[in-house]
Ligand binder design. Structure first.
Ligand code: ASP
Ligand code: MG
Length: 402
C-alpha cells in the first residue's frame, strides 16, 4: 500500500515527539508499505517566525515572509530524516522545490496548481521513506510560497491525490472528531466516521482539526482521510463521502462559533431593491454573510439583520455607511455578544423533528433564540454568547446522552 501520513506541529514539537513519530513512520514502512510523510513546522515555530519578522519590519513583503515561513517545515523534515537515519532506515527529505509542487503566486494563501510526481516516484522506487515539507510551494518562477495557516493538511491531501495513495492519515494532538468539544462536554464521544460536508461544517464552526481547504480538496478528489492522534494509539475518525457506519446517526455533532457578530440595518425602506442594496454593499466589502432576517415591515420600513464573522463587522458597517444615502436607512448596529450554535448531520434531512428537539433543549435551559437558519445538513441558532456552552451541553444531552 501507498500511505501518506501527515504530522502536525505539536506532534513533532521536540526531540522526544520526533522520536515518537519516527516510530510510527518506521512501523508503517516496515509493514511493507510505501510511505510519504508530510510534516508541519515544530510546535510554535511558524508563530515565532512571524514574530521575528514583525520585529524587523512590521509590514514585510509577502514574498519575503513566505521565504522565512517555509524554513520551519524544512527544519522538521531534516530533523525527522536524521532520526530515521539513526534508526538505520532509508529516508530522504524533500522541499516543495525538489518535488516540483507548483502554486500560483498568491503569497501567504497560495493554491496548488500541480505536483510533478517523478522525483517522488523515483524515491519510492528506491524503497525510501519520503519526507515532504508541508505548507509550501513554488511559483512558476521558482519563488517559495505558503498555502495559508494549517496548510500542511492540504499538502498531504494533494500528495495523496496525485499519487493515488491507498490511505491518507492526518496525525494530530486529538484522537479524532467528536460529537462536541470534549474539553467542554464530558459526554462527547469520538466519531467513527463523518462525511466531507459534515467535516466542513464542523471545521468552520471552530472544531479546527483540519484546514477547510484540505477537506474540500479531499472531497473533490475522493481522498478518504483518517484523523488520528500521534500520541494515543487508537483508531481515529474517517472522513469520507458516504458513511458506512452500522449505527445510523442523524446527528453528527454540535459546534459553536463565538467569532460572529450580528449587524442590523435599522429602518430600511420597505420597497423592492432595499435588501439587494444592503447585501450588495456588504458583499462589495468582501464580507461573508450568513442568516439574513428581515423583520416584518411597519410604517413602510424594515430592519434587516444578518450574521458576519466578528472581525469583518466594522468593514461591513463602513461600506453600508458609505452608501447610506443610496440605500436609505436610519443606522447600523453591531452586536458582538452573540454565538452561533449549530447541529450538524447529513442524516437530518430525512428526519423531521430534529429542529424541535434542538429548540426543546434550548427551552429547557431558558435560552432565547435570536435567529435560526437551516440547511440540508445543519440547523444553526444565534443566542447570546454567555449561554453558548450551556446550549451545546443541553443539545448534546438531548441527542447523545439519553
Ligand atoms: N506551520 C504552518 C502553520 O502553522 C502550517 C501547518 O502547520 O500546517 O500554519
Ligand atoms: Mg493544523
Amino acid at each position: 500500500m501507498l500511505i501518506v501520513q501527515k504530522f502536525g506541529g505539536s506532534s513533532v514539537a521536540d526531540a522526544k515527539r520526533i522520536r515518537n513519530v519516527a516510530g510510527i513512520i518506521a512501523e508503517t514502512f516496515l509493514e511493507g508499505n510505501d510511505v510519504v510523510v508530510v510534516l508541519s513546522a515544530q510546535g510554535d515555530t511558524t508563530d515565532d517566525l512571524l514574530a521575528k519578522a514583525a520585529e524587523i519590519n512590521p509590514a514585510p513583503s509577502k514574498r519575503e515572509l513566505d521565504m522565512l515561513l517555509t524554513t520551519g517545515e524544512q527544519q522538521s523534515i531534516a530533523l525527522m530524516a536524521m532520526c530515521l537515519e539513526g534508526m538505520g532506515l532509508p529516508v530522504v527529505s524533500l522541499t516543495a522545490w525538489q518535488i516540483g509542487l507548483r502554486t500560483d503566486a498568491d503569497y501567504g494563501a497560495a493554491r496548488i496548481r500541480r505536483i510533478a510526481t517523478e522525483r517522488l516516484k523515483r524515491e519510492l522506487d528506491k524503497k525510501r521513506i519520503v519526507l515532504v515539507a508541508g505548507f509550501q510551494g513554488i511559483t512558476r518562477f521558482d519563488d517559495y510560497t505558503t498555502l495559508g495557516r494549517g496548510g500542511s493538511d492540504t499538502t498531504a491531501v494533494a500528495l495523496a491525490a496525485v499519487l493515488h495513495a491507498d490511505r491518507c492519515q492526518i496525525f494530530t494532538d486529538v484522537e479524532g472528531v467528536y460529537t462536541a468539544d470534549p474539553r467542554k462536554v464530558p459526554g462527547a464521544r469520538k466519531l467513527e466516521e463523518v462525511t466531507y460536508d459534515e467535516m466542513l461544517e464542523l471545521a468552520s464552526m471552530g472544531a479546527q482539526v483540519l484546514m477547510n481547504r484540505s477537506v474540500q480538496m479531499a472531497k473533490r478528489y475522493g481522498v478518504e482521510l483518517e484523523v488520528l492522534s500521534s500520541l494515543v494509539r487508537a483508531p481515529g475518525t474517517k472522513v469520507k463521502e458516504v458513511p458506512s457506519s452500522m449505527e445510523e446517526m442523524k446527528i453528527t455533532g454540535i459546534a459553536k462559533d463565538e467569532h460572529t457578530a450580528r449587524l442590523t440595518v435599522v429602518r430600511v425602506a420597505d420597497k423592492p431593491g432595499s435588501a439587494f442594496k444592503v447585501m450588495n454593499a456588504v458583499s462589495k466589502a468582501g464580507v461573508t454573510v450568513d442568516m439574513i432576517i428581515q423583520a416584518t415591515g411597519r410604517d413602510g420600513e424594515n430592519d434587516i439583520s444578518f450574521v458576519v464573522p466578528e472581525d469583518q463587522a466594522e468593514q461591513a458597517r463602513d461600506m453600508l455607511m458609505e452608501r447610506k444615502k443610496a440605500i436609505g436607512f436610519d443606522h447600523v448596529s453591531i452586536d458582538k455578544d452573540i454565538a452561533k450554535v449549530s447541529v450538524i448531520g447529513a442524516g437530518m434531512m430525512s428526519s423531521a423533528g430534529i429542529s424541535s428537539l434542538v429548540f426543546e433543549a434550548l427551552n429547557d435551559e431558558h435560552i432565547n433564540i435570536q435567529m435560526i437558519s437551516t440547511s440540508e445538513i445543519k440547523i444553526s441558532c444565534v443566542i447570546d454568547a454567555a449561554s453558548a456552552d450551556r446550549a451545546v451541553a443541553a443539545i448534546h444531552r438531548k441527542f447523545f446522552e439519553q
